[in-house]
Design a protein around this ligand. Sequence first.
Ligand SMILES: [Mn+2]
Length: 333
Amino acid sequence: MSDQTSQRGFMMSGDDVWGDHAIRATDLKAHPQDITYAGVTSYLRRPYRKDLKGVDAVVYGVPFDTATTNRPGTRFGPRGIRAASTGLAFEKLPYGLDYHPIDEMAIADHGDMPLDFAKPDAVPDAITKCAKDVLDEDTMMVAMGGDHFITYPLIKAHAEKHGAPLSIIHFDAHTDTWADEHEDGINHGTMFWHATREGLIDPATSVQIGIRTCNLDTMGFNILDAPWVHQNGIEKTISEARRIVGDKKCYLTFDIDCLDPSYAPGTGTPVVGGLTTNQANQIVMGMKGVNIVGADLVEVAPVYDVGEITALAGATLILHFLALFARAPWRTA
Ligand SMILES: [Mn+2]
C-alpha cells in the first residue's frame, strides 16, 4: 500500500481506485475511497467476494424474518446495516481502538445468503450449509440478521467446525430458551432451548447479558440481566462475563433488542429498560482476547428505525466483533 494522500485527504490504496470500492478494489486490506453517501454499498465498503481464497473473515447477510413473534422486517437488516456502515468506513482507526481490524485481517462482504422465501422449512438447513461453506475455507464470519432464529443453524455450523459444545456470549432482552411446543418449530424464541438440548452449547460456561423478560426455566445459563448491568456497571459486567466463559471457544450473538428502545427502536420485539449503546459497545470491547470463533448481529428492522440509529448501532457493533476476531487467541496462536 502506498502512503500517497489524495486531494481529498484520503490515503490512496495500492489499488488507487476512487469510488465503488466494494466492487473495484483488488487489495482486500485497502482502505476504501468512497464518498460517504454514494457508491456501491457493502459492509464498511469491504470488497464483495464470493471466492474466499485469502479471506480471513466475512460479513454475511441472512435476510430471513418469518420466525419472529411480533413485528417482521429484519429481512431488510443486512441492507440497512450496510447503508449505516458507510459512515464508519472512512475512519483510519475506530475510536477507542489501537488497531483497525481491516489492517490485520482480510475482510470481505460475502453478500447475502440466497434463501428461498417460498420454502421456509428448507431455510434452516440452507443457512447451516451457507455457513459451513464459509467456515470450511477457514474464514470467520459475522452474520447480519435476519431475526434471531438464524443463530440456531449458524451455531450448528460453528459447533461442527470448532467442536461442541460451544459457549455463548448472548446479548438480548430475552433468553430465547423457551420450550418449542412444536419440537421442530422455526421460532426466534426457542433457539437456545434447542441448541442446549442438542449439546451444541454449554449453559454453564455461557452468559446472557441484558435480559429483562420473564422465563422461569433458565436451563442453567448464567444471566447478567439488565437491572444487574445497570446496578453493577460496565467493568463488573466485563469481568463477570470473562470469568464465566474463561478460555472456552465462544460464539457471540447480539440481539439488537438488548439495547433500550430509545437506542434501538428499529427491532421486532422491543423491551424498555435496556442497555445503552455505549454500555454495549464497552462490554463487547471488554471481550478482547476471549476465544471468539464466530458472531452474529440480529433483529435490526429498518422499517421501525428512526434516523438509522438502530442500524448504526448494529454496524458499529459488527466492527467491534471484527476487532475481537483479530485478537482471538485460537486464531492467532
Ligand atoms: Mn433474541
